[in-house]
Design a protein around this ligand. Structure first.
Ligand code: M6R
Length: 615
């Protein structure tokens, strides 16, 4: 949710921290701050607002020093104020900390610290954490060379909840300490420097060598050395991984917004999802990292798909695809519900979690719960090295490239495409014929070209958006696998334009939502399945009869009668397995243009953050 960047090395820390924060801002953007240590003095600047505001108000020369920590916040405990912004400083001025996560027992710890005379300046759990470290620091032997590290380690024993932290001490001008439990943290290893960050995007411009911390690990970066240990003092050998990101991928280029850039990148994202993933006889898919044999997959009786938000919509589409092409029963669960529901699962159930970031806490918890119960787990994930990728038994990387816009677009369609490929693979292990498999592969390969054609609708959709930009309510309707696309269309519109939108199965409308329909509530109908066209036409008639404007998304070869619709978006004809991807694109473009016309901050919508790492 929030972003952390820390630096220790030979260069000026504050410009490096600010650059990292700018790249991390999509993680949270209500306030930001930097603390730098030089000559035993802590220099601190916090700002209520965006990183760019902080940068504008910060004189880097006055924050000179080569050890520092920084943070961009998404508020959990306490309002959006400068006092609640990080870094926090302990009451004695010795310890400074940035923290991602939530400390559940912070009230008890705060009460204890208050009884020792500590005063608090903010409403945050993070300030409590910072003072707990200061408390232990005071108790450690003054001459101990590991005094600072030990005080952090001891504090962690008294903390319930989740954290990714970076900490510095005025007494230790050569040491940066980090720790992780439930909130991502990585060490970047540069030339004569180390970085600590919650996300690779913060450090990619300085190094591609990283060490991913696991839960329960602490790192001390001191005197040019990296010491990694567990909370129980077991010394670990750091495993250095190489990140294969291209820095240009996370830059805006000529686009006005990341969201638009990412919509236009979808063709390439689908190419990447398919690269090297078809069988030699071109009748099936193949995946390198599943770690489940074909024999084991044939034994599977049921699949559980689990995720949050947009990725949950991908699961709903996956249910249709896998049941239709592989004939395996599928259930879909919100990750946040699954972990507390204690649902009885058949022992031959395969659990697949889907997550763009690979760090969503509820999805991670669902994965862990499934593993604890002994189920085989797979992850469809876009972030190499993420916690979900590392903890699942196997999986499929999306290779969609970094997604910076908070509203998920290319990650979603790439998840849909991978689910289509998985349905093909599972289908070919069961009843799907060689010929059907060959045709399916041929169809999948056409997806990038069809996407390129579909994004060209942007201009037309901009014109339609101008007519509807001032609406305050709208409905998205679809049937079968277009129902999840309707849900996704509604989510996209509400999250970036703040228009109230609902997604419904088209035929369910008359069981309640029809009461909302009037001339001020436009209805977007996805009517792109030739086999149920007539049914959708009836649903449209029901809407029209109540005076609502209708925007229809349908196939080029099957346009709707003009008198029935106010606006019509014609998408290219395609194989049934590709339709969810192609039909998603007009939804994305409509939301984008409407939000942009309303003057909304498309890439950083209010109250949201890219990756939700708190419950
Ligand atoms: O990183 P994840 O795929 O696990 O994220 C899940 C949701 O938080 C995410 O899809 C969210 O709903 C997006 N804002 C949707 O655009």
């Amino acid at each position: 949710m929030c972003g952390i960047v820390g630096y220790i090395g030979k260069r000026e820390a504050s410009p490096i921290l600010l650059e990292g924060l700018k790249r991390l801002e999509y993680r949270g953007y209500d306030s930001a701050g930097v603390a730098v240590l030089a000559d035993g003095a802590l220099k601190l600047k916090k700002y209520k607002g965006r990183v760019t505001d902080l940068a504008r108000n910060l004189n880097t020369a006055s924050l000179s020093g080569s050890l520092g920590i920084s943070h961009t916040r998404w508020a959990t405990h306490g309002a959006v104020t400068e006092a609640n912004a990080h870094p926090h400083v302990s009451h004695d001025g010795k310890i400074s900390l940035v923290h991602n996560g939530v400390i559940e027992n912070y009230l008890a710890v705060k009460k204890f610290l208050e009884s020792t005379g500590v005063e608090f300046y903010s409403e945050t759990d993070s300030e409590v954490f910072c003072n707990l470290i200061a408390y232990h620091y005071k108790k450690e032997a003054e001459d101990s060379p590991t005094r600072f590290l030990d005080s952090v380690r001891r504090s962690l024993r008294h903390i319930d909840g989740t954290y990714g932290i970076a900490v510095i001490s005025t007494d230790c001008p050569d040491e940066l300490v980090g720790a992780r439990k439930g909130s991502p943290l990585i060490v970047g290893i540069g030339k004569d420097e180390y970085l600590l960050a919650s996300d690779v995007s913060a450090i990619i411009s300085r190094t591609s060598n990283v060490v991913y911390l696991n839960d329960g690990e602490i790192v001390s970066l001191k005197d040019g050395e990296l010491n990694l240990l567990t909370n129980d003092e077991e010394i670990l050998t750091p495993e250095i991984k190489q990140i294969d990101w291209d820095i240009a991928e996370s830059e805006l280029g000529d686009y006005e917004h990341f969201m638009l850039k990412e919509i236009f990148e979808q063709s390439g994202a689908l190419e990447n999802a398919m690269r090297g993933r078809f069988s030699d006889d071109k009748s099936s898919a193949k995946f390198g990292g599943l770690n489940v044999s074909a024999q084991e997959l044939r034994q599977i009786d049921r699949i559980l798909l689990c995720a949050c938000g947009t990725a949950w919509h991908a699961c709903l589409v996956g249910e249709y695809l896998i049941e239709r092409y592989a004939r395996i029963p599928v259930e879909v669960e919100y990750a946040s519900e699954f972990r507390y529901r204690n649902a009885p699962l058949d022992k031959n159930t395969l659990v697949i979690v889907i997550s763009q970031s690979g760090e969503t806490i509820d999805t991670l918890a669902a994965l862990r719960e499934s593993k604890r119960k002994g189920y085989k787990t797979l992850a469809i994930n876009n972030s190499v090295g993420s916690t979900i990728a590392r903890e699942s038994d196997g999986g499929i990387y999306q290779h969609a490239g970094p997604e910076i816009g908070v509203a998920s677009t290319k990650a979603f369609t790439s998840q849909l495409h991978i689910l289509s490929m998985l349905a093909l693979y599972l289908g070919r292990l069961r009843d799907m014929s060689f010929q059907e498999g060959r045709e399916y592969v041929e169809a999948l390969k056409k997806a990038p070209a069809l996407v390129t054609e579909t994004v060209k609708l942007s201009g037309k959709i901009l014109e339609i958006s101008k007519k509807y930009k001032d609406m305050e309510d709208c409905l998205f309707l679809g049937r079968q696998d277009m129902f999840p696309i309707a849900l996704e269309g509604a989510l996209k519109l509400k999250e970036i334009s703040y228009i109230h939108a609902e997604g419904y199965p088209a035929a369910e409308m008359k069981h309640g939502p029809i009461a909302l329909i009037n001339e001020k509530c436009p209805v977007i109908v996805i009517a792109a399945q030739p086999d149920i066209h007539a049914k959708l036409l009836s649903n449209i008639q029901e809407v029209k009869a109540r005076g609502a404007p209708v925007i229809a998304v349908t196939n080029e070869s099957n346009p709707l009668p003009e008198n029935l619709v106010d606006d019509q978006i014609l998408i290219p004809d395609c194989h049934r397995a590709l339709l969810p991807v192609i039909a998603s694109i007009p939804m994305q473009l409509l939301s984008y243009h409407i939000a942009n016309l309303r003057g909304c901050d498309v890439d950083k919508p209010r109250n949201l953050a890219k990756s939700v790492t708190v419950e």
